[in-house]
Design a protein around this ligand. Structure first.
Ligand code: FAD
Length: 409
């Protein structure tokens, strides 16, 4: 293992490997990524892999768009499939206000070169025969997004970065880090590493890892549940995959999985995990499912998509999801610690990881990112936010689900 590098990345999920990939693409090949266990060991391995282009924040859309592009580049360079399903997505409008907002985003998508149309109910039915449109006001349709295989994408990024000269060390937990000279001394279970820059992409582990430096990073984990149905005859009969659907009233996303459906639910009263610290022996476990909590949402979903209710449930995954108080990631330098960078706090890390890696790598290599995105800056919460305040804020974000914020940036 290298012991003296320009950049050390901590964490081998979709975000850490995206940062590593983009660093090497931009010519910074003296890099090492260390991972506590295996690549994808955190939240990445159990994610549904949804990568939509739709989002209310114009600048964030560049991270989403950059992600699919990044995964496909890594696929080509590594030979490892990222399992991209270009199904497109429908963000259904459940009110006149939503439809008007969807129309107001048209110019933004046009300027970003992303295909985007507001479609009517008839077009929704043609695209997705399982959606009942009686109470809808059309939908925003992004035909060129879809979902990837998160594990395939992570390994493609890792493989492509390795081809360009980066090193990846698994089973190598970082125990501590501190400033030394003009860089960092990082203590791992496998020995010490010196690095000019350290990127912490350790998701909900980041809070504890950095607290000895006097940093109060407001990252906490909630449960997040998704259900996968048995095969559905209406889906199996189609000769194409249906688009993903996202619905603010149901607070749920639904995409095709095989010949069944996969639904991810944003519950009204989210359950937090490990507020006092991530258990030292946590490996890749999932939590026991709790479908009772999902019932209010599933009842609404069965009205919107009766086929979902008629199918049996094949499996339920309940895994940890990392949150910041405003639901956006922490991306950029920690101003009080020269050479320390955050790439943590992602709750849609598959959707935004690839583009975020590109954004941060530009900042590290060129001294500034390739576009401005102050809403994700790493220091925006200051150092004094309490756990109670952060938890209340996260609850509000989580239950917001797919409802558009009052203020559209
Ligand atoms: C059920 C479910 C479904 C989801 N579906 C989607 C989806 O469809 N689309 C989407 O965009 N997002 C989805 N997500 C969220 C997504 O999984 C995360 O946003 C994403 O995986 C975060 O990636 P990451 O690299 O930041 O974190 P992680 O994947 O958690 O990676 C962090 C890594 O850091 C390592 N690490 C931690 N501490 C140390 C240390 N001290 N030393 C070395 N390594 C360390 C960990 O082992 C881990 O591998 C879903 C989440 C859940 C729970």
């Amino acid at each position: 293992m290298k012991q003296d590098v320009q950049v050390l990345v901590i964490g081998g999920g979709i975000v850490g490997t995206s940062v590593l990939y983009w660093l090497t693409k931009l010519g910074m090949t003296d890099c090492l990524l260390v991972e506590r266990r295996q690549l994808t060991s955190g939240s990445t391995w159990h994610a549904a892999g949804n990568t939509t282009y739709f989002g209310p924040y114009a600048e964030m859309t560049r991270l989403f768009a950059g992600s699919i592009r990044t995964y496909l580049m890594a696929e080509e360079e590594s030979g490892q499939s990222v399992g991209f399903h270009q199904t497109g997505s429908l963000r259904v409008a459940t009110s006149e206000r939503e439809r008007a907002l969807f129309h107001s985003f048209e110019a933004k998508y046009q300027s970003l070169g992303i295909p985007y149309h507001v479609v009517d109910n008839k077009q929704i039915e043609a695209l997705h025969p399982c959606i009942k449109t009686a109470e809808l006001f059309g939908a925003a349709h992004t035909p060129t997004d879809g979902h990837v295989d998160p594990s395939g994408a992570t390994h493609a990024l890792a493989g492509a970065a390795r081809n360009l000269g980066a090193e990846i060390k698994r089973q190598c937990p970082v125990e501590s880090l501190h400033r030394e000279g003009d860089g960092w001394l990082v203590v791992t279970a496998e020995g010490e590493i010196r690095a000019r820059h350290v990127v912490v992409a350790a998701s909900f582990w980041t809070r504890e890892l950095l607290s000895p430096l006097g940093l109060n990073i407001p990252l906490y984990a909630t449960h997040h549940q998704e259900l996968i149905t048995e095969s559905i005859a209406e889906i199996a009969a189609l000769d194409h995959e249906v688009p993903a659907m996202r619905d603010s009233y149901v607070s749920c996303s639904v995409r095709q999985e095989g010949t069944g459906l996969l639904a991810g639910v944003y519950e009204t009263d989210p359950v937090f995990w490990a507020l006092d610290g991530i258990p030292k022996d946590f490996k890749e476990e999932l939590f026991p499912p709790d479908t009772n909590r999902l019932m209010p949402h599933l009842e609404k979903l069965m009205i919107r998509m009766p086929a979902f209710g008629e199918a049996g449930i094949k499996s339920v995954n309940n895994g940890p999801m990392c949150w910041t108080p405003d639901g956006l990631p922490l991306l950029g330098p920690v101003e009080s610690c020269d050479g320390l960078w955050l790439a943590s706090g992602f709750n849609v890390g598959i959707g935004t990881g690839g583009g975020s890696g590109e954004y941060l790598a530009h900042w590290i290599v060129n001294g500034k990112p390739h576009f401005d995105l102050p809403i994700v800056h790493a220091d925006r919460f200051g150092n004094n936010i309490t756990t109670d305040v952060a938890v209340e804020s996260i609850k509000a974000c989580y239950r917001q689900g797919y409802r558009l914020p009052d203020e559209i940036k």
